[in-house]
Design a protein around this ligand. Structure first.
Ligand code: PLP
Length: 404
């Protein structure tokens, strides 16, 4: 592998969990697409918040409430900057899943007519399929080729007057495919169709500019970008947020309340009923600071080089087939092996200290298209190195010795 722009020794020192010993082996954590590990700075800032600033936001005049509100709103500003959005178009949620459900309920459902469609792709996560179905939309999936790339011509041909929304992942969690979202947004907009980008898998790896892209909706989860679990956000264009009615009623989302009726707070607050996750917001913003301190471009270069290091080594393993070989691919290596069920691969690798994920990866329709019940998946993060890949390869050779 060519020299990495990252100092891995320094980076790894930021992640105490990487020092865990697993079944007596060093940990090779290759399950980053499921969730990333947290740097000390994220945990420390969340701790500091509880030690020095904890109070409910927006509702009191005392000093701690002022500190909590300041940090919470500063986090919104930081997250908005990261994707080049105005701060008041960032709605805090529990994550990508809740963000997409919010769009389904508050944006799509009120305008949906019988027979209306959401155009998705075969590679979508269940979070980008089921919410549309729950509100009564028909989910129509554009096909992919055998490399796991979207068939963009077929996708274009599927846009039609019934298409109320295009919803697509930036990066596939099961294949690593990077979709041509800029082209898709401009094609959909040319037909007056809004677009939602599910960036759960892209945000920690590829730079995002929702203004330049002109995305209508954009969803992400903090735990995929080295931040805490249970926190995420939805970006939506102001005009959409203004038109959407709140999904949940309660504290903070109102302007006035009476027994005759209530009026809503301004955006984004009308979508944030109840006491929010202040520590989560602070942790998420700190995670973005952390990524900035290393440099997203350096991270992307590092992870790409690692992907190129790992790919031929995995392909050289007897009976192993990579699932997802798109030309434009992020650091995800899904695979199957002759004579070995993915769950058995996962268990044997676990004994070797290697953490990967096995299963359908919340992409059952994709598994059906690929004619596999499940895959094994190694996914890269900024702290991974060639030593992790070598440990994975040794483990896969062990799988072959035991099961092959
Ligand atoms: N979309 C994609 C592509 C994902 O990979 C995931 C999680 O793995 C999600 C959506 C859902 O994210 P969360 O569970 O954080 O809401």
């Amino acid at each position: 592998m060519s020299a990495s722009p990252l100092d891995l020794k320094e980076v790894r020192a930021d992640f105490p969990i990487l020092r865990e010993s697993i079944h007596g082996k060093r940990l090779a954590y290759l399950d980053n697409a499921a969730t990333t590990q947290k740097p000390t700075s994220v945990m420390a800032e969340m701790d500091l918040y509880y030690v020095h600033s904890n109070a409910n936001v927006h509702r009191a005049v005392h000093e701690l409430a002022a500190r909590a509100t300041k940090s919470y709103e500063a986090a919104r500003e930081r997250i908005a900057q990261w994707i080049n959005a105005p701060r008041d178009s960032i709605v805090f949620t529990r994550g990508t899943t809740e963000s997409i459900n919010l769009v389904a309920r508050a944006y799509l459902q009120p305008i949906l007519q019988p027979g209306d469609e959401v155009l998705v792709t075969t590679m979508e996560h269940h979070s980008n399929i089921v919410p549309w179905q729950l509100v009564g939309a028909k989910t129509v999936a554009a096909p992919i080729n055998d490399a796991g790339e979207l068939d963009i011509d077929a996708w274009r041909a599927m846009l039609n007057p019934r298409t109320k929304l295009v919803a697509v992942c930036h990066v596939s969690n099961a294949l690593g495919t990077v979709n041509p979202i800029a082209e898709m947004i401009s094609e959909a907009h040319a037909r007056g169709i809004p677009v939602l980008i599910d960036d759960a898998q892209g945000i920690a790896h590829l730079r995002m500019d929702v203004a330049a892209l002109d995305a209508d909706f954009y969803a992400a989860s903090a735990h995929k970008f080295y931040g805490p679990t249970g926190f995420g956000f939805l970006y939506a264009k102001r005009e959409h947020l203004e038109a959407m009615t709140p999904l949940q009623g309660g504290g903070d989302m109102i302007d006035t309340v009476s027994f005759d009726g209530s009026t809503w707070n301004e955006v984004p607050y009308k979508f944030e009923a109840g006491t929010p996750d202040m520590a989560g917001a602070i942790g998420a913003a700190t995670a973005l600071e952390y990524l900035d301190s290393i440099g997203l471009d350096a991270i992307a270069t590092h992870e790409h080089a690692l992907l190129e290091y790992a790919t031929p080594k995995m392909q050289a393993i007897k009976g192993l087939k990579l699932i997802g070989t798109a030309a434009n691919k992020s650091g995800i290596l899904s695979f199957v092996m002759d004579g070995a069920h993915p769950h058995d691969i996962g268990s044997i690798l676990d004994q070797a200290g290697v953490a990967i994920r096995t299963g359908h990866h919340c992409t059952m329709p994709l598994m059906q298209r690929l004619c596999v019940p499940a895959t094994a998946r190694a996914s890269l993060g900024l702290y991974n190195g060639t030593d992790d890949i070598d440990q994975l390869i040794d483990g896969l050779n062990m799988v072959n010795r035991l099961l092959g």
